[in-house]
Design a protein around this ligand. Structure first.
Ligand code: 4NP
Length: 163
């Protein structure tokens, strides 16, 4: 019998900049490694403003420049049942993590599912302040920096999960 795929979801606020990039980069690395059967990969935003929209053009261009295609992605909102569905739920910053736990209704006593919620940069070999900054209101340099951070973190994440 086939093993269940490992289910991972990347989460930010709008699901049009940071988490679509993480989804795209991780998907790209998984494909390169020939491990597509082993992972189910998604992204979501804790806010619903951009549901159904493609990623921000600036992020799509930044990804394309690095060989990563985001064009088929469409934004979706994080839902409480994701806690049950996914094996690993990675927030791009601390407010994303807080918002997810709020949406999921996790109380002070974190149950097993809430422990699946982690900061994405927990997997960054150079984690800095632990957060991926929102590049939305910044310039191209901000998008390039986010790409470098996300690429490095996704590589390390895949190394840790593949065995
Ligand atoms: P993201 O960036 O969380 O990286 O997708 C944002 C994009 C749009 C908004 C917030 C964050 N917004 O409020 O519209």
């Amino acid at each position: 019998m086939k093993n269940q795929p490992y289910r991972i979801v990347f989460v930010c606020l709008g699901n049009i900049c940071r988490s679509p990039l993480a989804e795209g980069v991780f998907r790209h690395l998984v494909k390169e490694a020939g491990l597509e059967e082993r992972f189910e990969i998604a992204s979501a935003g804790t806010g619903g403003w951009h549901v159904g929209e493609p990623p921000d053009r600036r992020m799509t261009r930044t990804a394309a420049k690095n060989g990563v295609d985001l064009s088929k992605q469409r934004a979706q909102q994080f839902k409480a049942h994701f806690l049950d569905r996914y094996d690993l739920i990675l927030g791009m910053d601390r407010s994303n993590v807080d918002n997810m736990l709020m949406i999921a209704g996790a109380g002070d006593e974190l149950d097993a599912d809430a422990q699946k919620v982690r900061l994405f940069r927990d997997f960054d070999p150079s984690p800095g302040n632990g957060e991926v900054p929102d590049p939305y209101y910044g310039d191209q340099q901000g998008f390039d920096e986010v790409y470098a951070m996300v690429n490095r973190t996704c590589k390390n994440l895949l190394e840790q999960l593949r065995d």
